[in-house]
Design a protein around this ligand. Structure first.
Ligand code: FES
Length: 128
């Protein structure tokens, strides 16, 4: 077990980037229970600690794919930022955003790795 943080470093409902050896993890506090998951999104490697945490659901800030921090399973397909048919400012932006959405919808979404996190005294440790 490797210490990755102290109790109180991350408040309930919060997340933080931590390192465990060479691994980058995202430590999540769900109502006082700690969950450690891979920091990198299973879609295109965005840092998940920059997303949002709502209960057990961690949502990536880049393309809004959600993961359950208890299992690492992805929960939904990508929610596009670009909504076909929405009013647009220019055909150039429309063409570009359409191209980006078409590109990323063909990208595989992988589940994220989870790590067992425990509290010992005032330390939060993970099993790597
Ligand atoms: S990189 Fe996280 S949803 Fe695309």
């Amino acid at each position: 077990m490797i210490e990755i943080a102290k109790v109180g470093d991350v408040l309930p409902g919060g997340m933080m980037f931590v390192k465990a050896g060479e691994r980058e993890l995202c430590l999540c506090n769900v109502n006082g229970e700690y969950y450690a998951v891979s920091r990198r999104c299973g879609h295109m490697n965005a840092p998940l600690n920059m997303g949002t945490l709502d209960g057990y659901i961690l949502t990536c800030g880049l393309h809004n794919i959600s993961f359950d921090v208890r299992t690492g399973k992805s929960l939904c397909p990508m929610v596009p930022h670009y909504m076909p048919g929405a009013p647009i400012q220019s055909s150039t932006v429309d063409n570009y955003m359409g191209w980006v959405e078409d590109l990323i919808k063909h990208t595989t979404i992988c589940d994220i790795k989870t790590y067992k996190a425990i509290v010992e005294g005032d330390s939060i440790k993970v099993d790597i």
